[in-house]
Design a protein around this ligand. Sequence first.
Ligand code: ATP
Length: 369
Amino acid sequence: FAPWNDPNAKPYIQFDKVTKKFGDFTAVNNLSLTIFEREFFALLGASGCGKSTLLRMLAGFEEPTAGRILLDGQDLRGIPPYRRPVNMMFQSYALFPHMTVENNIAFGLKQEGMPKPDIEKRVAEMLKLVKLEQFAKRKPHQLSGGQRQRVALARSVAKRPKVLLLDEPLGALDKKLREETQFELMDLQQELGLTFVVVTHDQEEAMTMADRIAIMDKGEVMQVATPAEVYEAPASRFVAHFVGNVNMFEGKVAERLANTTRITGATGAQIVVENSADTAAGSDIVFAIRPEKIKVSSKKPADAVNALEGEVYDVAYLGDMTVYHIRLDDGQIIRASALNAARVTDDPLTWNDRAWVSFRPDAGVVLAR
Ligand code: ATP
C-alpha cells in the first residue's frame, strides 16, 4: 500500500495553498498536502504548529482564509460539518456521562433519523467491532479508560464516515494502554477501510500508526514521508531533531573526493561522509547520525574510516538496549545505542572509561546549515 508512489493514484483529500488567519496571526500558511484514500495519515508537530486547525478546517468547524480543501475532487467550502463525509473522534471524556454505552453509540444515528431496527443492528455491529458487547448497558464511569476510548471510537465510526479525524485520540491514556490502543486503531482502520487523519505531538505514536507523516512547524509542512523515510532521510535539521534522537556533527567541507567528502568539525575533528548535493567545497554542513548507527568500543577499531576518541559519560541500561553518552576529547557529547541482544559482552564499557565511537561515511545524512 503506497499510493503516494503511484503517479496515477487519485488524490483523495487535497489541501491546496490553504491559509488560516486568526486576526493578524497566521495559524496555517499557504499549505498544500495530499492524502490518499485508505491512508492512515498523521499530522505531527509541537503545540501551536497549526495541526488541529488543519483538522478542524477539514471537518468544517473552520473555513480557510485562503485556498481550497478538496475531498474526492469536491471543493468543501461552504459545506457544513454534518454534510461532509468526515467525522471527528473526540477524546473519551466527550462521551455523554448519563447515557449507556449503546445509547452513546446510537446518538448520532438517532439524530440522523435512522429507523430504529437499523440503529439496533448498527450499534450491535459497532459493539462487536470494538469488543464491548458485554458492556452495552454500562455508563461511561463504569468503564476503564481504554474501554471508554473504544466507545468514543465506536461512536465516531457508527455513521460510517469516509474519513475519520482523530485529534490526540490517545492523550488521556497511560503509556501501556496507549501503545495497545495504537495497534487496535490500526487494525480497526484496516477492517473498516477508512481514511484516518490523526493529529499528534507524539512522534512514536505517529511512527507506529501512520502510513505517512506530515511534520509541521509554524503553520507549514516541513516534510511528508513514511516513518522510515522521515527517520532515515530527514529533509532538514528540524525534522532530524523532531523525530527520534540524533547526533549532529557541524563542520565545513575541507575536501571533496570521488565518493566521499572530508569535513573539518568546528573543534578540529575530521570526519568523512558520503558525497551529496550539499557537500560542495567550502560549504557549511551538518552530518546527522542516529545513535544506533554509532559503534562504541574500548579500543580503536582497526578498519573504521571515522573513529573519534572520548570518555564514557553516562550509561543507561534500558532492557532492550543500552544507551551511552560519550564525551569526545573535543567536548562534543555523542549518544550511541546498542541492542542488548547484539551487545559485545567482552567489551563492557562503564563510566569514565576511555572509548571510541566509530561510524561509516554513509551512516547518516548531510544537511545544509
Ligand atoms: P496543540 O497541540 O496545542 O493543540 P496545534 O498544533 O493543534 O497545537 P492549533 O490548535 O492548530 O495548534 O493552533 C495553532 C495556532 O493558532 C495557535 O497559536 C493557536 O493559539 C492559534 N489559534 C487556534 N485557534 C484560534 C482561534 N480560534 N482564535 C485565535 N487563535 C487561534
